[in-house]
Unconditional design. Structure first.
Ligand code: GLA
Length: 434
């Protein structure tokens, strides 16, 4: 009896410690400086591209004026190399005064005035990866309070120059410290990436309780090789990673690099499609001032975004890996819908892949298909053989609506048989949001 009470009380207290900041119920979206702009601090010679308040204000202007914000891209995230090499006389971090003369607080206000949010970067070791001041264990509360005072909305906590023991203390401590400020601050943890990304070293149950998102794996670079390497790792380990994700807690395969130099249009669509299947955070790292219209339309594809942002928040899986070099990915979506991606690893020519929905585990019925990138629709029975033509390193992506069901209410309306009526709501194509 006493034991039962004790167990009940202790389970309550465990529940209290879970990260419950109500944030990021769908994967966060926005822009992040690192992959494209790195640690360019040479504002004298490269004023347009150096890490400075101007760069972040420019990106904020583009997000709010070029249709990004309305699609959900609201975070403007500063990465490494923003700070001064020295803390201030009260021991607080401070922005580099030359490159951020207005300071971080003013930049946060700039974002908020435009319906955007500001993200900031720190590191739980002695130094950031770029060599700037870190947030050692003794500084965690002070720094969390400083970020809250600046009205920061998201914080990425990197792990350079710290060891496994320090990380075990530091990541949960920062979670508590951020919550204790009373300001909702989305919390991105790089912890698993520093511990190989897999159990037993990584505890995904704990991460889901203390972080909103986490980097599992190495840094993305501006190349198809890098994207493919990330895709391979995430799906080879899907049995570990898929159950870890859900509303408020996401695996982060790193930034979208469409609009940069390394990916073709096919490859940009592939990254967008597979990141949507993975329920991945969508942080672009590109130059929104000069982005091509091709890359922009891929990143602004409403259906790909709505698949990524599905409220059930179930991360998708690879369901087929063919010897021919075709992979099929599948993600269950709300309203009994789903998404399918056919991806080609081939390097020769478009490949005609033949299958049926039944072979892809769909139950009997008639499905409406919406092709995400060509915007064509069709209807397919589970048993119908179909062929998709998948370009080298490219994808075909489908939104698949629930099978048409007989609507019994309508069917028997007025107590008389009305004929064969299908429920159009359930079978609607597709959920264009906003
Ligand atoms: C690490 C992180 C990157 C980036 C750099 C900054 O490599 O994984 O995402 O933040 O540090 O130095």
């Amino acid at each position: 009896m006493h034991l039962a009470v004790l167990l009940f009380v202790s389970s309550l207290s465990v529940a209290t410690f879970a990260l419950d900041n109500g944030l990021m119920r769908v994967p966060p979206m926005g822009w992040l400086a690192w992959e494209r702009f790195r640690c360019d601090i040479d504002c004298d010679h490269d004023p347009k591209n150096c890490i400075s308040e101007n760069l972040f204000m420019d990106m904020a202007d583009r997000l709010s004026e070029d249709g990004w914000r309305e699609l959900g891209y609201v975070y403007v995230n500063i990465d490494d190399c923003w700070s001064s090499m020295k803390r201030d006389d009260k021991g607080r971090l401070q922005a580099d005064p030359k490159r951020f003369p207005g300071g971080i607080h003013k930049l946060a206000r700039y974002m908020h005035d435009r319906g955007l949010k500001l993200g900031l970067y720190g590191d739980m070791g002695t130094h950031t990866c770029g060599g700037y001041p870190g947030t050692t264990l003794d500084k965690i509360e002070l720094d969390a309070q400083t970020f809250a005072d600046w009205e920061v909305d998201m914080f990425k906590f990197d792990g350079c120059y710290s060891n496994a023991t320090e990380q075990e203390q530091g990541y949960p401590l920062m979670s508590k410290a951020l919550n204790a400020t009373g300001r909702p601050i989305g919390y991105s943890c790089s912890w698993p990436a520093y511990q190989g990304g897999l159990p037993p070293k990584v505890n995904y149950t704990q991460l889901g309780e203390i972080c909103n998102l986490w980097r599992n794996y190495g840094d993305i670079q501006d190349s198809w090789d890098s994207v493919l390497n990330i895709i391979n790792w995430f799906f080879e380990n899907q049995d570990v990673l898929v159950p870890a994700a859900g509303p408020g807690k996401w695996n982060d395969p790193d930034m979208l690099i469409a609009g940069d130099y390394g990916l073709s249009m096919e490859q940009s669509r592939s990254q967008m499609a597979i990141w949507a299947i993975m329920a991945a955070p969508l942080f672009m790292s590109n130059d929104l001032r000069t982005i091509s219209s091709g890359a922009r339309s891929i990143l602004q594809n409403k259906i790909a975004i709505s698949i990524n942002q599905d409220p059930m928040g179930i991360q998708g899986r690879r369901v087929v890996k063919e010897k021919s070099g075709i992979d099929v990915y599948w993600r269950p979506l709300s309203k009994n819908a789903s998404a399918l991606v056919f991806f080609s690893r081939r390097n020769d020519m478009p490949y005609r892949y033949q299958t049926t929905l039944g072979k892809l585990n769909y139950t009997a019925g008639s499905y409406k298909i919406y092709d995400v990138f060509t915007e064509k629709t069709m209807t397919l029975k589970d048993s119908t053989t179909f062929v998709v033509s998948v370009n080298p390193t490219g994808v075909v992506m489908w939104y698949v609506s629930a099978p048409a069901k007989r609507n019994l209410r309508q069917f028997y309306r007025g107590g008389r048989l009305q004929g064969s009526v299908f429920d159009d709501d359930e079978n609607a194509v597709p959920p264009v949001f906003l």
